[in-house]
Design a protein around this ligand. Sequence first.
Ligand code: PMP
Length: 399
Amino acid sequence: MMFDVQQFRRQFPYFAQAEAVVYFDNAATSLKPQCLIDATVAFYQSAGSVHRSQYDAKQTALFEQARTRVKRLIHAESERAVIWTSGTTQAINTVANGLIPHLRPDDEIIISEADHHANFVTWHEIGKKCGAKIQVLPISDQWLIDENALIKALNPRTKLVALNFVSNVTGTEQPVAHLIRLIRQSSQALILVDAAQAISHIKIDLQALDADYLAFSAHKIYGPNGIGILTGKPTALELLQPLQYGGKMVAFASKQEIRFADLPYRLEAGTPNIAGVIGFNAVLEWLQQWDFEAAERHAVALAEQAKVRLKKYPNCHLFASPAPSSVVSFVFDRIACSDLATLLAEQQIALRTGVHCAMPYLTRLGVPATLRLSFAPYNTFEELEQFFRALDKALDLLA
Ligand code: PMP
């Protein structure tokens, strides 16, 4: 296995276009490789659905092959534990709504300031619906979940702990395996891990991690939009009341009785996003030829270089993770992030600005917004130079 930046970069037709800009918003969504486009086109040039009739066997085989590839990617227990959703958000909502029948007004749910709104808001709303109390753990100055607060918060009424794995704001990785061990020592609570950012940076071993639920999106790891994965322990997934009802999730239906199908189909009502799943199948096959760790080292090296350079600006304040990561959040004193982002966009630099769908996190950082660079293995040091040239010009204009 190897990793050559230029060779990897050539897999992405985006860069061959005249209008391509320097794309440093990979934490929002990654660029798409040619194999995804080819597989999607091939699907739309074919006929039929999946799991509906004898004639659709080829599509069905590809669709289920994707499940096997996801199982291998994160070392899930079985294909039964790989549920297709529309994204991390729907995966978390499937768990949260699915647990409503098991939640009582006195129960407690633990989340943290590190959470994306997909976790933070979802559990708040579920708490309101069934009367369960939400405990929000603080994060430290290194943006790590406060372990003492976690231990203190756990009690026999705690029904679920939702953990962020890697922050989309600062790139900070929570020691999730350690936190899960801590929780298991004193609590029966179910544990959900939001792996939306982790999936493209960390080799996840779900069984070693011992999480009950894990959620991520295909579009953050070179896959299509509209495909997410809910996975976890089959026993924990079986607890969930389906979020949706309809075709394919039923084993038996009569006027008197309805019985749901077994996993994974009981949580996959209706015609699925077949093009998305088949496209992701092609991406997962293609990904196997690249050295994942070497690719990640390259993305992290770009971020580390960006941090070193940004630190040289006396009015720049960094919110980057103290440990290596591929995300760098920053602000400039007395300059609105949106003004800088506009001037950078005019110079063909795409980066993210705003609250990153994580307002409690921004409140913790004490700023209304940040600028965020997030790197992927197809980015280059030349592009980083381009960014700094554009940044200097923008700062001159704003001075
Ligand atoms: N959690 C985190 C940490 C994220 O970064 C994101 C996407 N920004 C999500 C959840 C939600 O993912 P999606 O929008 O693909 O459902």
